[in-house]
Design a binder for this molecule. Structure first.
Ligand code: UDP
Length: 249
């Protein structure tokens, strides 16, 4: 059946769900970086992110975090709650890496004095500029109560994810969250949590097991994502677990 996409992002497509309160989130194989100046298709990435995000959202739900995830529908799609997305990307940093290094003159891998939560406006045309709490409140992107809830929930999620990844010998360096308003007005976790939007380093070697493999042309992206999935106890289809799926176009 032909479906109409409500929204197409860089790595996902959102379709109408079976009822008014739901949507279908489709994971593409597309990889982009540097505000989509670098692009490729990496076979198997969407499938891996769908499975990994399902697993992580499930683990968070068990720990008492409300999320938009309802259930996985198939290899590439999940049913999610329809939310009014807060147009703010919440970036959590436990260790210096990525854009904060040139911005503040930090060395990749340097410890931060404490966990840092940053905010970017979700606007590709503007290149997702970094913003402060004052911008969020002044422009009404979230209310003060919503902002406080987002920050508190973000710290809880960070602790849960750090613990989860520590059990599989992975350091959670940084990651990005998005939140949205449900029909009852509550603000809950949205989007995905996968190696596309987390930096994940192997304990001991600091080998990169995340999208930096694509950003920096290191190769082996699906192998790294599949390794994360395997360590989380996720059953993978044969063509993915054998590593034969990866090719770039
Ligand atoms: N991130 C993301 N989407 C974005 C920007 C960042 O998922 O549009 C994630 C990124 O994968 C990393 C963290 O947020 O885990 C911090 O990213 P950073 O600001 O360093 O940006 P980058 O240079 O990685 O684009």
């Amino acid at each position: 059946m032909e479906r109409t996409a409500l929204y197409e992002g860089k790595a996902k497509i959102i379709y109408e769900g079976p009822d008014a309160d739901t949507l279908v989130q489709y994971f593409k194989d597309d990889a982009t970086a540097f505000n989509a100046q670098k692009k490729d298709v990496i076979s198997g990435k969407g499938l891996l992110n769908n499975l990994i995000s399902e697993h992580i959202m499930g683990a968070l739900a068990k720990a008492g975090i409300t999320t938009h995830f309802i259930r996985r529908l198939n290899a590439r799609e999940q049913l999610i709650r329809r939310l009014d997305i807060v147009p703010v990307e919440v970036v959590v940093r436990n260790v210096a890496a990525g854009s904060i290094c040139p911005r503040l003159g930090l060395t990749e891998g340097a410890d931060l004095p404490s966990t840092l939560v940053e905010f970017c406006l979700k606007d590709d045309a503007l290149g997702d500029p970094i913003i402060a709490k004052e911008h969020i409140l002044t422009f009404g992107w979230a209310s003060a109560a919503e902002f406080d809830r987002i920050v508190a929930e973000t710290h809880r999620i960070n602790k849960l994810l750090q613990d989860l990844f520590a059990t599989i010998d992975i350091r959670l360096i940084d990651f990005k969250l998005e939140f949205g308003r449900a029909s009852d007005g509550s603000v809950i976790l949205a989007d995905e949590i996968s190696p596309d939007n987390c930096r994940l380093w192997q304990v001991g070697s600091d080998e990169k097991m995340d999208k930096d493999r694509f950003r920096r042309d290191l190769g082996g992206l699906t192998e790294a994502y599949a390794e994360i999935a395997r360590r989380l106890g996720i059953d993978l289809p044969e063509d993915i677990s054998s590593g034969s799926a990866e090719h770039t176009t």
